[in-house]
Structures are given as C-alpha cells and as structure tokens.
Design a protein. Structure first.
Length: 170
C-alpha cells in the first residue's frame, strides 16, 4: 500500500487537511508573528516574501497540511510529511509551526499523535529535524517521546538535531 502523504486527520482539538493554494492568506496571518520564528533557523520567515517561498515549497512537497482548531475552525498552523524512504521504512515530520495561542503542549501533542499514527501504518520510524538553537522545539520533541539520534543536514544545508520515534512493537 503506498504512503498517503496528505490524508485528512481529525482529533478532538485539531483537524489536519491537505494544504491548498487558497490557504495562503489565512496561514500567513498566523506565520506573520515574528515570535514564532525567533529560535528557528529561518528566523525571518514571518516576512511575506520569505513565507511565500516556504508556502510554495509546502505545496510542491505534496505532503503539507493546514492545521485547523476543531472548536473554532480557525487556521492555527501547518506541518508536513517529507522524505519518505521506503527502503529505510522512514519518513520525516517537520516544517511545523503553530500560532502562539496554541503553544503549550496539548495541540502540538495531538497533531504529532495524529501524524505518527498515520505514518506508522507505512513506516517503522519517524524522524524530526530541529535547529540546534531551537530549544523550544527540542523540548517539545522530548515531551512527545522523541529520542536524540545525532545530527543531519537539513533542506537548507545547515545542521539539525535528529529526533527519532519508532513504531510501537506489535
């Protein structure tokens, strides 16, 4: 069965659905907050031109999601699957950001839980690349069970900390 990179995933707090071109304005309204990006390697992603490139890449990836607050219907962020490697039975989850109003654990935890449950139908391992200075995201990864697994170049050629979560033994 081929990996479905863009299903619609629903939880109690969130809905993740495939990102569409007409989502730009609503998603940029969230991403325009400079504090979201302050620890991120692309700390200027709040600038419209920079975010437009990120958004184009998200659409081109074929694995990007719009994250919607299930209670309000408000757009609160984005995430994506990337780098599916059938031979390694591995995929990356990344490019994730949430509105600051939804920081603090429960929303990120549910989002990652939905993505991991879906991914583990197809792979045995999921990796997350986090900027070395992005301590907030590193702590969030540890909270959801991510285990540090060395360093790896990211899509921009910089070094990232690798976190790995393996499928539960069946």
């Amino acid at each position: 069965m081929p990996f479905d990179l863009q299903p619609t995933l629903k939880g109690e707090l969130l809905e993740l659905r495939p990102l569409r071109p007409d989502d730009f304005d609503a998603l940029y309204a969230v991403a325009a907050d400079p504090l979201i990006w302050e620890q991120h390697p692309a700390s200027n992603r709040y600038e419209e031109a920079v975010f437009r490139e990120y958004f184009r890449g998200a659409l081109d990836s074929g694995g990007a999601f719009l994250v919607v607050d299930a209670a309000t219907g408000r757009v609160i962020g984005s995430t994506r699957f990337h780098g599916y490697d059938e031979a390694k039975s591995e995929i990356e989850i990344g490019w994730t950001f949430l509105a600051r109003s939804h920081w603090g654990g429960s929303y990120n935890r549910e989002m990652k839980t939905l993505l991991l449950a879906h991914a583990f139908r197809f792979v045995s391992s999921v990796v997350f690349l986090v900027g070395p200075k992005n301590l907030r995201s590193q702590k969030a990864m540890e909270k959801i069970g991510g285990v540090r697994d060395g360093m790896r170049p990211d899509g921009r050629g910089g070094e990232s900390v690798v976190f790995r979560i393996s499928a539960p033994a069946s």
